[in-house]
Design a protein around this ligand. Structure first.
Ligand SMILES: [Zn+2]
Length: 378
């Protein structure tokens, strides 16, 4: 195991933050799996999963069972972790720029297109190695001007050449679910079932440049652009990446984290990163659905939110999800009913119990795509 401190760009006199990574296994070994937690800094369940993964990975390494390589970043956002306002954590957006910490990652397919297009050949795996090297060069040449850009660059330097990337987040109140691009789904399905995911949301470029899609989009988007330019050499999907949502923000508990870490370790055995007896894969715990079919419920009126359904409930269209109550209305209090527009699992709700007009109430994993444009929320 090698623990490394990566200094970020100093944004102001007397300030210097540091990112910490742990590397397990031979640095040249494959497959390489990269895991990070808490890129949205108030989303802490993944940090606890990392705490439980560390001794298990050290033991695997000590016993000579680590055949591949694992890079673990337990606290991926030291900038956001230090941000507070009115005694509340503010870890989703950088306060100085208002940028979401998990958006605005670069278009790596665009970054390396010109470098690789004339150098690809008939060997798909050699092409994967060529593209990875081109991305390494591009990231090393990137001279960030801000602390936030330096964080993005450092995370990508650690992750960009991984075969599998697990970005560990959580929602506000939620059951375990994951987001991934369609091209990543087949290799990630065993992980979803080992974790017992209650929703799987698949997209093809959700928009906004989240971390996981920066790394997966590189491959399928570059392959498409090369084909469009008449380059017909094979370029396999070199990375399967996913955003794992480990339930809700307050679900920071050893019983969850121990189980989630055990599932990830079983997946590492399944991938051949850790040697061990074949992993028995559980039956699918949900249906994979398109992110474009996920309904975000909102309330057109303000009021006190009373949930009448719970996260994890499987709803039919028309089922009552929440009441939004205005106890100041003339006559009797106004009770606005927020109902499911689509059938599916209510996989996330919000933590606040007061909503403003237009405020978000929850999300349902519907099976039929109906949304277009950017698919991720703020
Ligand atoms: Zn998040």
């Amino acid at each position: 195991m090698v623990r490394t401190e990566h200094p970020l760009l100093s944004p102001s006199l007397g300030h210097q933050k540091t990112l910490v990574s742990f590397q397990y296994g031979d640095p040249a070994a494959r497959p390489k799996v990269y895991l990070q937690a808490s890129l949205h800094a108030e989303e802490l369940p993944g940090m606890l999963v990392a705490h439980h993964l560390r001794p298990a990975l050290e033991q695997a390494e000590r016993e000579g069972r680590l055949r591949g390589r694992v890079v673990l970043v337990p606290a991926a956002n030291p900038i956001g972790l230090a941000q507070r306002l009115d005694h509340k954590a503010m870890g989703r957006f950088e306060l100085g720029s208002s940028e979401n910490f998990n958006r605005h990652y670069p278009d790596l397919a665009d970054a390396v297109f010109d470098t690789v297009r004339e150098r690809l050949g008939p060997d798909g795996q050699a092409n994967v190695a060529l593209v990875r090297a081109a991305v390494t060069d591009w990231l090393q040449a990137w001279a960030p001007k801000t602390e936030l850009a330096s964080l993005r660059r450092q995370l990508l330097l650690l992750a960009h050449d991984a075969d599998v990337v697990l970005d560990m987040h959580c929602d506000w109140e939620a059951v375990l679910h994951l987001y991934a691009e369609e091209a990543c789904w087949p290799p990630l399905a065993p992980l979803a079932w080992l974790l017992g995911c209650r929703a799987v949301l698949l997209a093809r470029d959700s928009g906004g440049g989240p971390f996981d899609e920066c790394l997966s989009g590189l491959w399928w988007q570059l392959a498409e652009r090369l084909r469009a330019a008449g380059v017909n050499h094979p370029l396999p999907q070199g990375c399967a990446s996913t955003t794992l949502e480990f339930r809700g923000e307050t679900d920071v508990a050893h019983e969850h984290a121990e189980r989630d870490a055990a599932a990830i370790l079983a997946y590492l055995v399944h991938l051949g990163v850790i040697a061990g007896p074949a992993v028995a894969l559980p039956a699918p715990s949900c249906q994979a659905t398109p992110l474009a079919g996920s309904e975000t419920l909102t309330s057109p009126v303000p009021g006190v939110v009373v949930y009448r359904a719970r996260v994890g409930d499987v709803l039919a269209a028309g089922d009552l999800v929440a009441e939004v109550i205005d106890p100041t209305a003339a006559g009797a209090s106004r009770v606005h009913r927020v109902c499911a527009g689509v059938a599916g699992v209510l996989y996330a709700t919000v933590g606040e119990r007061y909503c403003m007009a237009g405020g978000e109430i929850g999300k349902i994993a519907g099976a039929q795509p109906f949304r277009t444009g950017p698919l991720l929320g703020a």
